[in-house]
Write a protein that binds this ligand. Sequence first.
Ligand code: PPS
Length: 396
Amino acid sequence: DEVLAGSKVKANVAYCNKHPSECSHPEDQSGFVIGIGVQKSGTSSLAGFLNKLDGVVKMRKEMHFFDRNYVLLKDEIEADREQGLKKALQVYHDRWGPQPFADGWLPMEITPVYMYDRRVAYRMMEVLRPKKDGVRLIAVLRNPVPRAYSGFFQLDEKVDPKDFHDLVAAEVDVIRKCYIDGLMFVNEQHCHPAEYQYEALRKCVEENVADGRPWYERFIIPLNNNASKTTNDNGYSYWLHEGILLRGMYADQLKNFLCAGWKPEQIFITTTTHMHTEPLDMTQRLAKFIGPPAKLAGKFKQRLKAGDTIHRGSKTAGHPPMEERTQRLLTEFYEEYNEALVHLLRQHNFACDVAEVERELGLLVRTRAERESDDDDDGGDDDDNAADDDDDVTNK
Ligand SMILES: Nc1ncnc2c1ncn2[C@@H]1O[C@H](COP(=O)(O)OS(=O)(=O)O)[C@@H](OP(=O)(O)O)[C@H]1O
């Protein structure tokens, strides 16, 4: 299998080396593996772990191609769509060097903002269309409540934990007023283009919210290389005003990917906790999802056995825990969005164990081991469950 898989990848490489944008051969399934999020879920530790897979994975963390770099190519794409997109694909391809797929290497990137920025899913589809069926997307989801606290410290090293509650409470108000299903974001029937969504957000915030913090500007200013240094009239960085809580509302972010044409089967979903507590299980599922090269699963196992872990980089360590009142506020706030997420995951065939996500969100308290022990007690269903676990990384 390993040899066959390897030679298949090499055969694709020979074809692809003509020019990546010409790789539309039906047998060409080699594609980029892209981590789309989410911020503060452990994406750096996952990238660090994958980066150690010598000879297999070429990992780029925070490439920001589809949010920042794309903007630099936008004029060319608008002037001549076909040529512009071809060039964008070439530029993306070259970010891993001239032959990213050579010798069976797997080019991967993880840029946590991709899932959150509504424009990215569409841009990705435009640019990667010639190779879209081979693209695989990975999302690590974290309980949005602790994610928000970590995201707060990500804003600026100097933030004061005492400000978190008021900041969050003000933001909850903004979102309650302006996160309007069917107007700004997607709903079951209709997908609004990303630009429309952000324009609706801008309008609503301007009309209804008088807190002087233009946090929506993150989405409407044209991003360029200097954007992170840009400050507004109040002296705040634009990055400071993207808000903290929207990043934790995952259901619509995933729907947005489906709207852009990505198939649920192309999206692997795991959780921060699963990654941390069961790295072997998570990586084996991931290897199965990614497909060739077949040696990937073995490499994962080897690295974990050698003592590699998937854990690093805390922003909240050393700070006081989140206040209980804030935890309550956020838990209540996210409840409906978490339920929408579980509903979405059950509706579609994402590569995901929905129970793991429920556990991450606090909707299911039993651990996998406990569930399996219950299943053992059930007797008759054992074989079915074992078959599901072995053969299927998609949701049930
Ligand atoms: N394996 C594992 N298990 C549990 N938690 C983990 C793990 N790996 C990273 N982390 C926590 O994830 C937070 C960092 O996430 P990211 O690396 O995605 O941050 S970033 O978006 O790239 O800035 C950061 O969260 P906070 O500690 O709350 O700040 C890390 O502690």
